[in-house]
Design a protein around this ligand. Structure first.
Ligand code: 13P
Ligand code: SF4
Length: 305
């Protein structure tokens, strides 16, 4: 059945000139029909270069907005309208305007997990895999990092030469993981390496053998000589690695490490969106798009350089 749906998707994709981009947290059957799978930075790079007339973003809303910001001439589709990122909604423009008044001499660095509207007030975007490099490459020495204090705190340790001001925000899925859960997972699997996402709290990342973005975690596990791993990020990564590296063992750090927004999109939704019976075409006000584009362009310039 899934195979039938996937075959129909492959056919429609060709007929309708659609490129499918999928974040690593999507289910494995969606990854199999995607033209590109990656972390947030990789997806932004692909969005800037995609050749098809239509791009479908299987992920959450801010990722589809990033595609539209970079490729306004294309149709950008989000298969499930209500797939949002709760972190992206934590700050609104008024709250950020107040923060900027409080820290007038700080450059504003926004995690890409923010709305297009919020990006218009920021200087540069970053992702988990590009943040340290971008902040090092910036001229500014004083940074206001929004909204993820866990990622920001982790990056601040790698860039001690800059003063990084953090605010109280973060990913509800990763930030709830406790040191005690890590200790329990390590006690249950003492031979396993512990790989974790920097959206987790500092007490958790401090216990890791490797800290990285979703793609970096997957690459590390694939290339490592080790045979077993505790995965400290969304549990879809446990599934993908188990399928791609069947000679290795992958254990979820917690069965609660599930992003329900990333899980909203199913393979059937991808088909319905291609058929034109479901999903949303992303539209952005041109002023907002241009304002947000400035800091995404800056991210690609400083992150690729
Ligand atoms: P990366 O894929 O860049 O690691 O980001 C993880 C995430 O939470 C995306 O929303
Ligand atoms: Fe947002 Fe966290 Fe889900 Fe990523 S995992 S989409 S940061 S809530």
């Amino acid at each position: 059945m899934i195979k039938d749906i996937q075959e129909r998707i492959a056919q429609l994709k060709k007929e309708k000139d659609v490129c499918i981009l999928a974040h690593c947290y999507q289910s494995h059957d969606i990854l199999e029909v995607a033209d590109y799978v990656g972390d947030s930075f990789g997806l932004a790079q692909k969005a800037a270069k995609a050749e098809a007339g239509t791009v479908m973003m299987c992920g959450v809303r801010f990722m589809a907005e990033t595609c539209k910001i970079l490729s306004p001439e294309k149709r950008i589709l989000l298969p499930k309208s209500d797939a949002g990122c709760p972190m992206a909604e934590q700050l609104d423009v008024d709250m950020l305007a107040q923060l900027k008044e409080r820290y007038p001499d700080h450059a504003v660095v926004a995690y890409i997990n923010t709305t297009a509207e919020l990006k218009t007030l920021c200087d540069v975007c970053v992702t988990s895999s590009s943040a340290a490099k971008i902040i090092k490459n910036m001229d500014a020495d004083k940074i206001l990092f929004i909204p993820d204090c866990n990622l920001g705190g982790y990056i601040a340790k790698q860039v001690p030469e800059k003063e990084i001001k953090l605010i109280n925000g973060g990913c509800p899925t990763h930030a709830k993981i406790t040191k005690r859960e890590v200790e329990a997972a390590k006690a249950a699997h003492p031979e396993a390496l512990f790989l974790v996402h920097p959206e987790c709290i500092a007490e958790v990342t401090a216990l890791a053998d490797f800290v990285g973005s979703t793609t970096e975690i997957m690459d590390y596990a694939k290339e490592s000589e080790a045979k077993s791993f505790i995965i400290g990020t969304e549990n879809s990564i446990v599934q993908h690695l188990g399928i791609e590296c069947s000679d290795k063992r992958f254990y979820p750090l917690s069965k609660d490490l599930v992003c329900h927004n990333m899980k909203l999109t199913t393979i059937a939704d991808v088909l319905h969106c291609l058929e034109g019976t479901d999903g949303e075409e992303i539209a952005l006000d041109e002023d907002i798009r241009l304002g947000a584009k400035r800091c995404i362009d800056e991210m690609l310039r400083l992150g690729n350089g």
